[in-house]
Design a protein around this ligand. Structure first.
Ligand SMILES: [Zn+2]
Length: 212
C-alpha cells in the first residue's frame, strides 16, 4: 500500500506514516493510530475545505469566523505550519495591524504561535519576517514617541519652576518636582518607557515579546 506525499494522520496531523504489514494498515508513527485510505482522503478534503474557507474569511477581514475554523484545526494538527501562520494572519488582521496598542492576552497568543512556528521547518516565512520587521520598527517609533513626550514635559516643568522662582512666593522647585512625578505616574509614560526599552533590549527573537 502506498503512502502518497502530503498524507497525514487524521488524529495528530503528523505526516510520519508507515505501512504496518501485520495489521495491513497505514499507521501513524507519532500516535500509532491505524488509518485507512478512505479516511485519509476524506480528512484531506475536509482539511483543505476548512483552510480555503479560513483564508477567504481572512481576506474579507472576517477574522472571528476564520478563528472559529482554525482553532479546532490547531488541536487536530499541532504540526501543521499553515494553521499557525493563518492564526497569526487572523490576529494581525492579515498582517495590517502591528499590534502596538493591544491587550497582553492577544500578544501572548501571537507569541505562542510564533514560538511554535520557529520550531517547525519553514514556519517563519518571508511574509512573517516582513511583518516582524514592521512591528519592531513600529515599537521603536512608540519608544521614541514616549521619550519625546517625557522630554517635552520635563522642559515645561523646568520653565515653570524657573519662572516661579523668579516670581517668588512658594518653593517652586519642590512644586515642579511634585507635578512632574504626579504626571509621570498618572500617565504611565515612565513605566512604558522602562518596559518597552527593556523588552527591546531583551533580544528574544519573538517580535510579540516587545511590548510596553
Ligand atoms: Zn497521529
Amino acid at each position: 500500500m502506498n503512502i502518497s506525499p502530503g498524507q497525514h494522520c487524521i488524529s495528530c496531523g503528523s505526516s510520519l506514516l508507515y505501512y504496518d504489514r501485520k495489521s495491513m494498515n497505514i499507521v501513524c508513527n507519532m500516535c500509532n493510530r491505524p488509518i485507512n485510505q478512505l479516511e485519509i482522503l476524506q480528512s484531506q478534503q475536509e482539511y483543505q475545505r476548512n483552510i480555503r474557507k479560513a483564508t477567504d474569511y481572512i481576506q474579507t477581514n472576517n477574522n472571528e469566523a476564520a478563528k472559529q475554523i482554525l482553532r479546532p484545526l490547531l488541536n487536530q494538527y499541532p504540526k501543521k505550519v499553515e494553521i499557525y501562520q493563518l492564526m497569526l494572519l487572523c490576529l494581525t488582521e492579515n498582517g495590517k495591524n502591528l499590534l502596538v496598542n493591544t491587550p497582553a492576552a492577544v500578544l501572548d497568543e501571537c507569541a505562542g504561535y510564533w514560538t511554535v512556528l520557529q520550531s517547525l521547518p519553514g514556519g517563519i516565512d518571508s511574509k512573517l519576517r516582513l511583518y516582524e520587521a514592521k512591528r519592531v520598527a513600529a515599537m521603536m517609533d512608540k519608544l521614541k514617541e514616549i521619550k519625546t513626550k517625557i522630554t517635552i514635559l520635563c522642559v515645561f516643568i523646568i520653565i515653570f519652576a524657573i519662572g516661579g522662582e523668579i516670581a517668588g512666593g512658594i518653593n517652586w522647585f519642590v512644586a515642579a518636582w511634585c507635578i512632574l512625578i504626579v504626571i509621570l505616574l498618572k500617565s504611565n509614560w515612565m513605566k512604558h518607557w522602562i518596559t518597552l526599552g527593556k523588552s527591546m533590549r531583551a533580544d528574544s527573537k519573538n517580535p510579540f515579546d516587545i511590548r510596553f
